[in-house]
Design a protein around this ligand. Structure first.
Ligand code: F6R
Length: 260
């Protein structure tokens, strides 16, 4: 696991570099997209590179991590709509190239199985962008999630619903109770995991993710088992890392030619 501690703008550029390198090497690459505030600067940078530098997504596909259950198709906080606004509509993905789990399906269990099959049919995710919850979730794999889980229905914790109330006019009652989420094993199948975390509120979750024992209580810790995982954090999110000096030194002394 590589840990990079840098200002948020630099982290966004590094994540965008990783996606750009992958797309230029193989334009049909499959991207994994997260919602929430953590990847927004990455999406801004990708949109800029598309507009100004010709970075194309025309042959790529993308899979979202998760979706709320039951939000109306036109609800602005439905993750499919959020992804459309933050990245899909700003670049040149082909129609239907971006998919998310269907939180409005009559049969949610079947929708989860379909979603797993669609990711597998696409050949799996090449680069997966991730954020982390203050309770240590990745996607919406809340504490206690099976480390072998696949896409399924989950109940959001009170902590996650409080954290996300800011997107619902601070009205907790508007935050859905349930979601569909890629499982931890689904995420672990991606070839490269790139997690972004900024701000002091993420410091404990980042410390556990990188340095804690692997445990379902801190679901992100499963990333320690991934052969290619990159954790991009700012100073505040890194403030509880025991080996922060070592991570800084490693990044400073990294050869220019070596990407993430
Ligand atoms: C969203 C997702 C979540 C968020 C996490 C952090 O698709 O999968 O795991 O990444 O809740 O959210 P922010 O980035 O808003 O702090």
């Amino acid at each position: 696991m590589e840990v990079v501690i840098a200002p948020a703008e630099e982290l966004a550029r590094l994540a965008a570099d990783t996606i750009e390198e992958r797309l230029r090497a193989r334009p049909e690459s499959v991207l994994g997209l997260a919602t929430g505030s953590s990847p927004l600067k990455v999406y801004d940078e990708l949109a800029r590179r598309h507009a100004e530098e010709g970075l194309s997504f025309a042959r790529a596909r993308a899979f979202m991590l998760d979706e709320y259950v039951g939000l109306a198709a036109d609800h602005p906080e439905r993750y499919r709509n959020v992804i459309e606004k933050e990245i899909a509509s700003r670049v040149d993905f082909a129609p239907d190239a971006v998919r998310g789990p269907d939180g409005l399906a009559d049969d949610l269990v079947a929708a989860c199985a379909d979603y797993e099959a669609a990711i597998a049919d696409a050949g799996g995710v090449d680069v997966q962008i991730l954020g982390i919850g203050t309770d240590g979730h990745i996607a919406f794999n809340e504490p206690g999630s099976s480390l072998a889980s696949r896409t399924r229905i989950k109940t959001l914790t009170a902590q996650t619903r409080e954290d996300n109330a800011r997107f619902f006019g601070d009205d907790l009652d508007q935050v859905p109770q349930h979601c569909l989420t890629q499982g931890l094993a689904t995420i672990m199948s991606a070839k490269h995991l790139v997690l972004l975390a900024t701000g002091k509120g993420k410091a404990e979750a980042v410390h556990q993710l990188v340095e804690g024992p692997i445990s379902a209580m801190w679901p992100g810790t499963i990333m320690q088992m991934h052969p290619h995982a990159t954790v991009l954090v700012d100073d505040a999110a890194a403030s509880r890392l025991q080996l922060a000096d070592y991570y800084r030194q490693t990044y400073r002394s990294k050869p220019d030619w070596q990407g993430l």
